[in-house]
Design a protein. Structure first.
Ligand code: MN
Length: 316
């Protein structure tokens, strides 16, 4: 983010108090890391601040909030972190849709209505924006804040493997380790550890992987009955998205996840090697980044797959 934008954002935060920071539904490491990191920083400045999500935060991030407790205040400022659109607030936070004062995001497709928006579509993670902001403001980064921001940068860059991994991401990560981030612990928790049920489900799901366009596209489907049968948490669904695109020769990998609330709807996670994932998602009403995007598709698993295949055709 440019110094000019950081300066404007810093000015907004300096005058704000009694702040609620919103994170997106089905929270990932970036929204959780940026949300808690910002709240811990604001509290360190002597302000009252809380972080909210539509549901409970997944336990896999518990090392970031095990000592966190909500503060009691009447909120005067609402900030959204890593939320590209009001629909991503989720049911629990939908009441905030027209009450957002400051939007901080890195999705090019951002269309969040906010009084002031700070969107850097080139930045790999909102957690990196928060890091730059704290450094710009001359604030101090505690080991806990370092854990939060490192988590967000590591997860949104796929452990520094995605194309969006910039020199700034590596520099920030290096600095954050210096400030006490537990990089080895975080990367093991985020990228290696899976429940037994999740691993066994993976075996079945990979077994029915579907290939299209002469092997240039791969699709896997995760159904509600599989989640139930193997007994793992929906919050563990994240890592599936990287599986189809890891197959040699595959340029577009899609993971279809049946929605718990509506079994007739699948969330498609699109990962690409050399084509624009957000363009494919946009053809189905979704959005995202160059190499990682998403959308929702209605129908049976078979119908959803056909729709995504058609949307991908023009990109190959
Ligand atoms: Mn993000």
């Amino acid at each position: 983010m440019t110094d000019e934008m950081l300066k404007r954002l810093a000015t907004e935060l300096e005058k704000a108090d009694d702040i609620t920071v919103l994170t997106h539904a089905h929270p990932d490491g970036d929204t959780v890391g940026a949300g808690f990191g910002l709240v811990y920083y604001l509290r360190g400045m002597g302000k009252r601040a809380n972080v909210k999500n539509s549901e409970d935060f997944p336990q896999k991030f518990s090392y970031l909030f095990k000592d966190y407790a909500d503060m009691d205040f009447e909120e005067k400022c609402v900030i959204s972190a890593d939320i590209a659109d009001v629909t991503l607030l989720g049911d629990g936070l939908s009441g905030y849709a027209d009450r957002i004062d400051i939007c901080i995001d890195h999705h090019k497709s951002n269309r969040m209505p906010a009084k002031k928006s700070f969107v850097d579509g080139e930045c790999c993670a909102v957690s990196l924006i928060i890091y730059e902001l704290i450094r710009f403001m001359g604030g101090s980064i505690t080991p806990l804040i370092a854990d939060c921001l490192y988590t967000g940068i590591a997860t949104d860059t796929g452990c520094f493997m995605f194309e969006n991994t910039s020199p700034e991401a590596h520099r920030a990560a290096a600095d954050l380790i210096g400030f006490g981030a537990g990089a080895a612990f975080i990367n093991r928790e985020m990228f290696q550890v899976k429940s037994r049920g999740r691993i066994l489900a993976e075996q079945e799901i990979i077994g029915s992987m579907r290939f299209e366009f002469g092997g240039q596209m791969a699709i896997i489907t995760v159904t509600n009955s599989q989640i139930e049968r193997f007994g793992f948490e929906r919050s563990e669904l994240d890592g599936f998205a990287g599986i189809p695109v890891s197959v040699e020769g595959v340029r577009i990998g899609v993971t279809l996840k049946q929605q718990a609330e509506d079994p007739g709807v699948f969330k498609a996670s699109i990962r690409t090697v050399d084509t624009d994932a957000s363009a494919i998602a946009a053809r189905l009403g979704g959005g995202g980044h160059n190499r990682a995007a998403g959308c929702t598709v209605a129908g049976t698993a078979e119908e959803a797959a056909e729709k995504v295949i058609e949307a991908a055709r023009a990109s190959l």
